[in-house]
Design a binder for this molecule. Structure first.
Ligand code: ADP
Length: 292
């Protein structure tokens, strides 16, 4: 069953004023449980507005949204508070929202709000802290004694500790160096593996989502351009580039080889797969590495 489903989802800011702007237009979507979804699109394409619908932070101007089969704006049968526990949202630069005296208290804030008992809270805090590389000693420190990357991982752990069925992260790698970026992406992937939850990761970079996501959702000018398996999306690399989004460097190299007349596939987006594809090509065409 779809964990998130939308029907004709539309959202217009400042409706009826001269500043009216439709940020999400008529989106029909079904996201299956356990999926790792990369959401990409230009700045202003509607990504943030779309995801804020999924936990009821904004109410659609028109259309419907179902979480776990439930119409979340059916006020008789659904409480938005419950949806917030089911769908956790990590905003951009979440480290700016850290406010507790200790790292422990910060991670436990969400689980406490859920009314869980102390033992369960403690289990969740320690497990998620360990997952994001925070030691027991660091749990007792002030969050302000941590590095920028650590603070961000603490903020993410705070939402993970609520064990939502769906975890949404808006640009979790923004402003990080490649090492920090890879670390966060690996930890999110590990969290997904352990919990089987659904992950939606918003990014403006195809590079970020390429090796990470099982499916990619592309937003373009407030509309859903496509939602497909990652390899399918990379078959559209030319269209995506024409949209002004940059595809990973390795995908560009294979596209260029194709343009030069080399009969090679172009849906290549990770280094491992690039090596495999090149080896297969050489084997088939009887060329050795030197010639290539
Ligand atoms: P993205 O996350 O892809 O950058 P957004 O959902 O933030 O896109 O924005 C989509 C469109 O809605 C943009 O044109 C943006 O200017 C507009 N928008 C976003 N937030 C607001 C707001 N609070 N008021 C008015 N317009 C907004």
């Amino acid at each position: 069953m779809a964990i998130i489903r939308t029907e004709g989802l539309t959202y217009t800011y400042s409706q009826g004023t001269p500043f009216e702007k439709t940020a999400v237009k008529n989106v029909d979507l079904e996201i299956e449980e356990g999926e790792l979804v990369g959401i990409i699109g230009h700045t202003g394409s509607g990504k943030s507005t779309l995801i804020q619908h999924f936990n009821g932070l904004v109410k659609p101007t028109s259309g419907k949204i179902y979480v776990d089969g439930q119409d979340i704006w059916d006020e008789k049968n659904c409480r938005i508070r419950d949806i917030r526990f089911k769908v956790g949202l990590v905003f951009q630069y979440p480290e700016y929202q850290i406010f507790e005296e200790t790292v422990y208290k910060d991670i436990s804030f969400g689980p406490k709000n859920m009314g869980l008992d102390e033992k369960e809270i403690d289990r969740r805090v320690r497990e998620t802290a360990a997952l994001v590389g925070i030691t027991d000693a660091q749990l007792q420190k002030s969050p302000f004694e941590l590095s920028g990357g650590q603070k961000r991982r603490v903020a993410i752990a705070g939402v993970m500790a609520m064990e939502p069925k769906v975890l949404i992260l808006d640009e979790p790698t923004a402003g990080l160096d490649p090492k920090g970026r890879d670390l966060i992406l690996a930890q999110i992937k590990e969290y997904q593996k352990r919990t089987g939850s659904t992950i939606l990761l918003v990014s403006h970079s195809m590079e970020d989502v390429a090796g990470f996501a099982s499916k990619i959702l592309v937003m373009n000018k407030s509309e859903l351009y496509c939602y497909e398996d990652t390899p399918q999306v990379f078959k559209k690399a030319d269209e995506i580039t024409a949209m002004g989004l940059s595809v990973p460097q390795i995908t560009r190299v294979f596209g260029r080889l194709r343009q030069m007349g080399v009969d090679i596939r172009t849906d290549v987006y990770t280094l491992d797969f690039a090596v495999k594809t090149l080896m297969e090509y050489m084997e088939k065409n009887g060329k050795d590495i030197e010639q290539c």
